[in-house]
Design a protein around this ligand. Sequence first.
Ligand code: ADP
Length: 300
Amino acid sequence: MLTLTRMDGPAMADTMAEIHSTAKGGGDPGRPRVSREKRETVGTITVDNPRMVCRNVNVYYDGDKQAIKNVSVDIGRNEVLAMIGPSGCGKSTFIRCLNRMNDTIEGCRVTGDIILDGVNIHDKGVDVVPLRAQVGMVFQKPNPFPKSIYDNIAYGPRIHGFCRNRSELDEIVETSLKKAGLWEEVKDRMDQPGTGLSGGQQQRLCIARTIAVNPEVILMDEPCSALDPIATSVIEDLIFELRSQYSICIVTHSMQQAARVSQRTAYFHLGDLIEVGPTERIFTNPRHELTQDYITGRFG
Ligand code: ADP
């Protein structure tokens, strides 16, 4: 049995070689793969006691250009769900649905149900400001505010009214930076600009900023794509740890990264959710021919 989590360097290279050979080998004997022409989701879309439930989600740009086609999937508690697939398949569009970031794109229309803790996030009474604190987002390129390290973290709790006085705010700032693994590196220079940190530190600052407003779900859209391998590895370790407290959805173009950090993987292709399941199974025994094509490098 392959173990796909927490591997680096040569061990991971071996694992990916094994992924390819295992996946090419035909998987489950007697159970033919689902053909490339079929676009219904293969695998188990539900989880026990989900944090978020997405059903029949469709996204259209500019009228009728459909980027997400009838996608249904649950997001579990304390899990990392990786979204993989070729460029343009809709990973970012889908993740942006989860905290209504697509509302900010003119001409973008979302239909279907997205339920967070029993409430449809599209209901009229839902305010997107607290929603985006509950379902926070970390972007590809670290985007600290042009403020001090302290104020980058303090900004959210202040505007959401999470603290009554300076000492409560100090505590939130310290706890958030500790959870993001950045406290030791910045505790003596809290008044310096966040933009002066290294790329990897800036990304952890952005993660701390997200954590500071008490999220339940953290969305990460290729959070390591602008980082070097060492900074990437630090963020991956952090993602692994954060799972004990949050639900995390991560878009990644790196199958190795998906294998290292996630427990479940969702494979998208041209707007369809083709397959979803435990990460190890997706990479060793994909049930859909399109998933197999992707993980064996036939396209991507
Ligand atoms: P991925 O994250 O998998 O690379 P995207 O979600 O960025 O894919 O894109 C999915 C599809 O939606 C692509 O065809 C892309 O061109 C289109 N798309 C994404 N953003 C926009 C936008 N703001 N306006 C119009 N089309 C868009």
